[in-house]
Design a binder for this molecule. Structure first.
Ligand SMILES: Cc1cc2nc3c(=O)[nH]c(=O)nc-3n(C[C@H](O)[C@H](O)[C@H](O)COP(=O)(O)O)c2cc1C
Length: 256
């Protein structure tokens, strides 16, 4: 598979080739340009596109808090780093704690010996850098679900709750990418959800979903991700039955 940039695609944004955008929207942590301002207008445009995503029952039960104020961002960043250190970094480096197994269990690429592979090592390096710098992002965007939380005894299902916001979150990621911006879906702040809610005045019935640091990217070329081939993860007609497809290299028009 060709993991490089598809031939014939514009080297600079805006990117209009959908397959290019779909294959190069990466989690950006080390290449967020914290020094280049992002006009609020651009965030508005990307949110407008994001809100074209579906919600269960067409309920549009979401709210998006865009934090641009430096002092508020700094307070959020303090909580993010504290949560990251306590719930991710410390358990990851504790020799044999249950925390370590729990954190590693959520990571791909951990061998039977419990050692993380190169790919995850790179992710962790980026995540660590992000945790120490996230407050410098021009904007922190916090999508919240206002759909009743099934865990709190309301109607609905967990699938419908998260499924009614993550499509829009991803659409926001794609809209940013097309314009030369980037972000990464993050969740450590949820360990400090109460403090985050206090800082931003988020009411109790709004469930924070993620925190997205938004910035222009340093450079616009991003690679196609290495993923397992379709036939390793898809089945035809019943679980376990091989799906007859060989991955093709990505061309400008998609797998070609
Ligand atoms: C639900 C979810 C939560 C994530 N949480 C974090 C996070 O807290 N910190 C982080 O640096 N990356 C986080 N990521 C980004 C993933 O690590 C990243 O998407 C994955 O490594 C694949 O990389 P790629 O998106 O560049 O292909 C999260 C992604 C998802 C979908």
């Amino acid at each position: 598979m060709d993991h490089g940039r598809a031939a014939g695609v514009d080297a600079e944004p805006p990117f209009t080739d959908l397959n290019h955008v779909l294959t190069t929207t990466r989690a950006v942590r080390l290449r967020l340009d914290y020094d280049r301002p992002v006009p609020i207008e651009v965030i508005g445009e990307c949110l407008q596109l994001a809100l074209q995503a579906p919600t269960g029952g067409d309920a549009e039960d979401w709210r998006w808090v865009v934090v641009s104020d430096a002092e508020r961002k700094a307070r959020l960043a303090e909580h993010y780093l504290a949560a990251y250190e306590e719930y991710i970094l410390k358990p990851l480096h504790s020799a044999e704690g249950t925390g370590s197994r729990e954190v590693k269990g959520r990571l791909g690429g951990v061998g039977a010996d419990g050692q993380v592979g190169d790919r995850i090592r790179r992710v962790l390096r980026g995540a660590d850098h992000l945790a120490r710098t996230i407050g410098r992002a021009p904007h922190l965007v916090i999508p919240c679900a206002t759909r009743p939380d099934p865990a709190k005894g309301g109607p609905g299902t967990t699938s419908a709750l998260y499924g009614s916001i993550y499509p829009a979150v991803w659409q926001f990621n794609l809209a940013l990418r097309a314009r030369g911006l980037g972000t990464v879906i993050t969740t450590p702040h949820l360990y400090r959800a109460r403090q985050t809610a206090e800082i931003l005045g988020i009411p109790d019935d709004a469930l924070q979903i993620t925190m997205l640091p938004v910035a222009y990217t340093k450079g616009a070329a991003f690679k196609v991700a290495e993923r397992k081939p379709v036939n390793q993860v898809a089945y035809l007609d019943r679980w376990g039955q091989p799906f007859p497809y060989e991955d093709k290299p990505f061309g400008q028009a998609g797998p070609a």
